[in-house]
Structures are given as C-alpha cells and as structure tokens.
Unconditional design. Structure first.
Length: 306
C-alpha cells in the first residue's frame, strides 16, 4: 500500500471541551458500557449453558451478542480514557486498527440481522422443514460468511482511507476514527473514497434490508393464515423484537453513510454514530431477551442454580 501520509498522530476532538460535562459523560458511558458487556456476554453464556436454547435462532442471537460486545469495546474504552485525559491523541496505526475493527463488526452485524430474518422465515413459514433447512451445514456457513463479509468490507475502506495523505489537519472532529471525519481532513482527492463508501455501504444495506423485508413479507403471510389468535400473538412477539432491532440499526447506518458527502454535519453525525455504535449494542439484549419467553425462563433456571 503506497502511503504518503505526513500526519502520524491524530487528535480526537470529542463531544465537548467542558471538563464538567466530560466528567458526567464519563460515568454515563461507563454505565452504558458495563450494561452492554453484562447484557451481551450474559446472553452468550446463557445460550451456551442452557441446552434448551441450543437451536439456530439462539446461536444467531449469541453471535450477535458477541459482535455487539466487541463492537462497543472497539469504541468505548478509548472514549472513556479521553474523557478523563487532556491528551486525546491516537496514533495512525491505532486509528487504522480502530476503523478496521469498527467496520468489521458493523458490517458483520448487518449480515447477521439478515441471516436471523431468514431463520425466522424458515421457522414460521416452513416449521416442519426447520430442522433440515437450518441444520448446522446451513447456519454455520451463514455465520462464517457474515464475518468474512465484514472483514473484506473493512479491509477495502481501511486500505482506501489510509492510502490518502493527511497533511492539512490532524484534528478529527469525532470520538473515534470513523470514515467520514477522516475523509474530511484529508488533503488528497477523496472522490473515489466517497464513491466507495456510498456504493458499498449502499449495496450491503440494500441487499440485507431486502432479505429482511422479503423474509418478513412471507412471515406476515404465514401470520394471516393462522386461525389461532394466541399463535398470531406469539409470532408477533417473537418477530417484533427482531424488526425493532433491525429498524433502529439500519436506519442509523443509512442516515450516516448512504447520502451525499456535502450533507455531512460532523458534530451532528458524531451523536448519531455514537447511538449505533454504543447505545444500540446496549439495547439489543433488552430488545431480544425481555420479550422472549425462552430466554426469560432460561435466566430463571440459571439464577436458581446459584
């Protein structure tokens, strides 16, 4: 990779320069981070430890939880340190690593949510074929493909971004090394990078959202055919949580990356990116667990053991 970069250390400007507000934000985001780790890793332990949850739906959920825990861990610890420090610098290799991991886990989550929608379609629309259609030979490659897709997508943008020159400014108007704020401070022509960002993120979003919409279209047909009101209620309860999580995640991703670069407002975008990178990983265990009868019963069984 040819790199003519002159700047080797970046400064993360963060949310505010007010020390009192930074002190409050430190404890707020520390609480969010701890809740995220406890909720997501707890769900992983629950799925592994309870044999009643050993089916594809909960395997996907446990993988999603591990991705969310990693996703948040790429951003939050560094941000917490910066809140309590006057030196908010990050070395170029660290910035590149943070961007790579952040993009990897974010893209992996997009693919996982699509795979989970397909899993729900098979379980509800073709329940008699579920054990065959979602056998390990099917769901394991889906999980692996999600990670591979995330790594390839992250590699593309990381290499493209850090092939640019950063000589005009070293100040990143963000709390982490995201792609748009880095393109904003580059002194190179970023047209190709912006085109890559728009086209690849747009394509991934279009494909994954389409899979979700088609899957839930068939699920809706299956619900309408049900004669039992109780059966319809259970299906709505099970699928409503997934649709909520998908809508929040994809909505913020589309707002952040699939739009013209001229419409970027970095201070406003910083808040939005914090929402999908820090807040959503905290919300997912609540969205997917508290409305799920099997998970709640598994939690009760685990608590009784202790």
């Amino acid at each position: 990779m040819k790199n003519t970069t002159e700047v080797t250390i970046f400064v993360l400007k963060g949310l505010t320069d007010n020390s009192e507000i930074q002190f409050i934000l430190f404890f707020l985001f520390l609480a969010i981070y701890l809740f995220t780790l406890i909720g997501n890793l707890g769900l992983v332990v629950l799925v592994i430890g309870d044999c009643r949850l050993h089916n594809p739906m909960y395997y996907f959920l446990s993988v999603l939880s591990s991705v969310d825990a990693c996703y948040s861990s790429v951003i939050t610890p560094k941000m917490l340190v910066d809140f309590m420090s006057k030196n908010k610098t990050i070395l170029l290799p660290e910035c590149a690593a943070q961007m790579f991991l952040f993009t990897t886990f974010g893209t992996t989550e997009c693919f996982l949510l699509a795979a989970m929608a397909y899993d729900r379609y098979v379980a509800i629309y073709e329940p008699l074929l579920y054990s065959v259609s979602m056998a390990p030979r099917v769901y394991v490659p889906l999980i692996i493909a999600s990670y591979v897709g995330g790594i390839l997508h992250a590699t593309l943008h990381t290499v493209a971004t850090f092939s640019l020159s950063f000589c005009a400014s070293s100040e990143i108007r963000h709390v982490f090394c995201d792609i748009p704020p880095l393109l904003a401070i580059s002194c190179s022509d970023t047209h190709t990078n912006q085109l890559l960002l728009f086209s690849f993120v747009g394509s991934i979003e279009m494909v994954t959202v389409l899979i979700v919409l088609i899957s839930y279209g068939f699920i809706l047909l299956a619900i309408l055919r049900m004669r039992s009101a109780e059966g319809r209620r259970k299906v709505f309860s099970a699928c409503g949580s997934h649709l909520t999580g998908v809508s929040i995640f994809h909505g913020t991703i589309l707002f952040m990356y699939v739009r013209p670069s001229s419409s970027y407002a970095l201070d406003h975008d910083m808040v939005v990116s914090l929402f999908y990178s820090v807040v959503i990983p905290m919300l997912n265990p609540i969205i997917y667990s508290l409305r799920n009868k099997d998970v709640k019963e598994a939690m009760k069984r685990m608590f009784w053991k202790f």
